[in-house]
Design a binder for this molecule. Structure first.
Ligand SMILES: C[S@@+](CC[C@H](N)C(=O)[O-])C[C@H]1O[C@@H](n2cnc3c(N)ncnc32)[C@H](O)[C@@H]1O
Length: 233
C-alpha cells in the first residue's frame, strides 16, 4: 500500500510547488557520478537505469538523451509523471515512467538494472518502507551494477537541526515540514553507513551542500552522496 499521506503531499507539491524546482537539467552531483562511471569504463549505450522518485524527469531524461541508456522512472506523484512524460516527448525521448511507490515491492525481475539512482527521494520513506526499498534495490541491481544515492544529512545542517527540534516526527531523525506536512528523514554518517552496508559496498562517500527554496526563502541543506556497489555473497 502506498503511504498515501506522503503521496498526497507530494502530489499537492507538484500541483502547487513550494519545494521542488521546475528545473529540467540534472544536478551537478548527477553529472559527477556519470563522469565517474565513464572513467570506470562503463558503457551506457543500451544499459538499463532505474531512477527512483524520478520527479519531473530531470535526471532520467538527461541519461536517456545524452547517454542512450534505457531508463525507467518510478514516481508516485501522477502530476510529476505526466510532466516527465511530456518533457521526454518534447525532446523525442523514450523513457518508461511508471507511477509507483519506491517503498513497495518493485515490479521488475531480479538483476535487471545496471544503474539505480536515488536522488533525494527515499528521505520521504518511513522505516518499514526503507527496508523494502533497500532490499528491492539490492534485488533488481545487477551484480556488477552501481547505485547512486543523494540523501539528506543531519551533520552540519543547521536547518535540519532546527526542524528536528521544532517539528519532530514520530520516528527518530524525522521532522514534519511546517505548512506542507511532509515527513522527512535526515541521516547521521553512522546511520546511513549502517543502513546501506547491509546490502552494498561503499565505493565513495562525500558531503554535498545545496539550497532548497521553501515558501520563497532559501535554506542551505547538506546531503550525503554515496556511490555503491552490490555486496555479493
Ligand atoms: C526531492 S524530490 C527529487 C526528485 C528527483 N529525484 C530530482 O532529483 O529532481 C523527491 C521525489 O521523490 C518522490 N517520492 C517520494 N517518496 C516516494 C515514494 N514512496 N515512491 C515514489 N516516489 C516518491 C517525490 O514525489 C519527489 O518527486
Amino acid at each position: 500500500m502506498i503511504n498515501s499521506k506522503q503521496q498526497k503531499i507530494w502530489e499537492q507539491e507538484y500541483r502547487n510547488p513550494q519545494l521542488v524546482t521546475k528545473d529540467s537539467k540534472p544536478q551537478a552531483c548527477t553529472l559527477r557520478f556519470l563522469k565517474f562511471l565513464r572513467k570506470q569504463g562503463f558503457v551506457f549505450e543500451n544499459s538499463s537505469v532505474l531512477d527512483l522518485g524520478s520527479g519531473t524527469g530531470r535526471n532520467a531524461n538527461h541519461i536517456a538523451g545524452v547517454y542512450g541508456a534505457r531508463v525507467v522512472g518510478m514516481e508516485f506523484s501522477g502530476t510529476a509523471v505526466k510532466l516527465a512524460k511530456a518533457r521526454a516527448q518534447e525532446s523525442d525521448l523514450s523513457v518508461d515512467y511508471r507511477q509507483a511507490s519506491i517503498g513497495e515491492k518493485f515490479s521488475f525481475t531480479d538483476k535487471s538494472f545496471d544503474i539505480i539512482l536515488d536522488i533525494t527521494s527515499s528521505n520521504s520513506l518511513n522505516r518499514n518502507e526503507r527496508e523494502i526499498y533497500l532490499a528491492e534495490c539490492a534485488r533488481v541491481l545487477k551484480d556488477d551494477g552501481y547505485f547512486f544515492v543523494r540523501a539528506l544529512s543531519l551533520e552540519g545542517d543547521v536547518n535540519a537541526k532546527n526542524l528536528l527540534k521544532k517539528f519532530s516526527g514520530t520516528e527518530a531523525g524525522t521532522y514534519v515540514m511546517p505548512g506542507i506536512g511532509l515527513c522527512e528523514k535526515v541521516f547521521t554518517r553512522e546511520e546511513i553507513i549502517e543502513l546501506y552496508q547491509k546490502y552494498f559496498t561503499i565505493l565513495k562517500m562525500d558531503k554535498d551542500t545545496g539550497y532548497t527554496k521553501f515558501q520563497n526563502q532559501s535554506y542551505k541543506r547538506n546531503f550525503w552522496i554515496m556511490y555503491l556497489r552490490k555486496r555479493i555473497g
